[in-house]
Design a protein around this ligand. Structure first.
Ligand code: GBH
Length: 507
């Protein structure tokens, strides 16, 4: 009898287990990796490139970077682009997401002078990808604003949307015959909050009361201008799509109380709602709850009007619906509480405006980055939330990844654990009906990790920054990722039998 029961138990267990193991990514799902110009290219003043805000900041205030380093050479992709594409072929990538350096193409930021050597570099990079059937996914702006535009106020200048549209038209014109996936901005939160409202990204403006909010409005209008330029003047002949990438980490309520749910919603609006709502929602403009909170606090603080600007009806209409897809950069999660785990914030500022507490369970696996922990199900939580809130959009995960310390070896088990967990969460979202079209791992290779310099490494490939050749070597995770791409299945037990790379036939 006991044996019989065990036998039944086994059948039930294996029936339950089977569909999970068989879960497959669709054949047309785009698997890739991502990078950004300033983080990999180097060649900071090569062949006519203009100065950008990261050049200026790292050269004049080197101490703001943890190891006093900069991206002058970085992974030297400016001279190593063929090796980069060879790595893409080794991994068997469907797609590669990278960004264009605005000041390499337009040294002063304006379209009166186009730097042909810069255009040629991107032509070569793109052509090499196309030759091997790798789909380029191109970000127009990943944080490296031409310095001259910053001198004019950058994202806070009301002319910013026009400048961005002019630049966008140049790149659509030059590369749109081959590039079919465009992303205007990478992570508005990091541009506006960290760069204008705080000190953790260039131009470290630290205008805590209004920097984030005014930047946010100009940024989404600039995005819409570039999108409309594409739709009106390029889409019919070039046949591509254009969207935006927003960082959507998961912020869920600590308890199921209404107060905690409201607190979590406020934090989500502060993090990404102020950028996503104007573009993707039906009501348009900034989200209601955070607008009300900032308006009320501003008046109490003696400001003549809200520190958060409004959108006119015309502006709302202009921005609404201006995206063919929602690009999501996702890394981690945080629990939000209405009154526990609070810290003192500089007042006035975005975090003081929403004034909520945040908590991360200490048992979550930790990476080399203080902010990055393995948060189970957080991709599923984010994507299903966005899917419900913004009505069946098309999504790409445009970044997701894990950091290790520079001195750790090539056997990166934690990164493998992280990628498997994240990709299972993507499959959960797809099964729940979310339209996810692709996934880009951050990053193809180690690179300049902004304020952390070279002290945190996100690469599937290790880069030796002491070697003038910037030699790239695959980590164990590269082989695991390659196998997932090849089979379209996540095998939790797969072990590569060599750490020597090769290129499969047909790549
Ligand atoms: C991405 O930014 C960037 O697009 C990419 O360039 C970068 O290299 C990569 O990620 C790895 O950092 O959780 O409240 O402590 C991610 C930016 C960095 C934003 C950490 C949130 C911590 C905020 N994220 N930051 S918090």
């Amino acid at each position: 009898m006991l044996r019989y029961l065990l036998y039944i138990g086994l059948i039930i267990a294996s029936c339950n287990a089977l569909p999970k193991q068989e879960r497959r990514f669709p054949d047309d799902f785009l698997f890739g990796t991502a990078t950004a110009s300033y983080q990999i290219e180097g060649g900071w003043d090569a062949d006519g490139k203009g100065e950008n805000i990261w050049d200026r900041m790292t050269h004049t205030k080197p101490h703001v970077i943890k190891d006093n380093s900069n991206g002058d050479i970085a992974a030297d992709s400016y001279n190593n682009y063929k090796r980069d594409v060879e790595m893409m072929r080794e991994l068997g990538l469907d797609a590669y997401r990278f960004s264009l350096s605005w000041s390499r193409i337009l040294p002063s930021g304006f379209s009166n002078h186009i730097n042909e050597a810069g255009v040629a570099f991107y032509d070569n990079y793109i052509n090499e990808m196309i030759k091997y059937n790798i789909t380029p996914m191109v970000t127009l702006y990943h944080w490296d604003l031409p310095q001259k535009l910053q001198d004019l106020g950058g994202f806070l200048n009301p002319l910013f949307p026009e400048w961005f549209e002019d630049y966008a038209r140049v790149v659509f014109e030059k590369f749109g015959d081959r590039v079919k996936h465009w992303i205007t901005f990478n992570e508005p939160r990091e541009i506006c909050y960290e760069g204008y409202g705080w000190t953790t990204k260039a131009p470290i403006l630290n205008v805590t009361d209004i920097g984030t909010y005014y930047c946010a409005k100009n940024l989404v209008i600039g995005h819409a201008s570039a999108y409309k330029a594409y739709v009106n003047d390029f889409k019919a002949t070039q046949n591509g799509e254009c969207g935006i990438t927003i960082s959507v980490n998961w912020f869920g309520p600590l308890t199921d109380s209404a107060e905690d749910e409201y607190a979590a919603e406020l934090r989500r609006q502060a993090e990404w709602g102020i950028y996503a709502n104007p573009i993707f929602s039906e009501d348009g403009g900034f989200p209601k709850e955070i607008s009300e909170v900032v308006a009320k606090k501003s008046l109490e603080q003696g400001y003549k009007k809200s520190r958060m600007p409004e959108f006119t009806d015309e502006e709302k209409k202009y921005v609404q619906g201006s995206s063919d897809f929602f690009g999501v950069n996702h890394y981690t999660a945080t629990y939000i509480s209405a009154d526990e785990y609070k810290t003192e914030y500089i007042t006035p500022s975005l975090l003081a405006d929403i004034d909520v507490g945040s908590y991360r369970p200490p048992e979550w696996l930790s990476s080399a980055s203080a902010w990055l922990k393995l948060s189970p199900n957080s991709i599923y939580n984010s994507l299903t939330h966005l899917h419900n809130k913004f009505k069946n959009r098309k999504f790409y995960i445009t970044e997701n990844g894990w950091s290790t310390l520079p001195e750790s070896d090539l056997i990166d088990e934690d990164r493998i654990t992280y990628y498997r967990s994240a990709l299972n969460s993507v499959l959960d979202a797809i099964e729940a009906g979310v339209d996810v079209k692709g996934y880009m791992a951050w990053s193809l290779m180690d690179n300049f990790e902004w304020m952390e310099g070279y002290t945190e490494r996100f690469g599937l490939y290790h880069v030796n920054f002491d070697d003038p050749e910037r030699t790239r070597t695959p980590r164990k995770s590269a082989f695991v990722y390659k196998e997932i791409l090849r089979t379209r299945v996540i095998d939790p037990n797969y072990e590569p039998d060599t750490l020597t790379m090769w290129i499969d036939e047909g790549h």
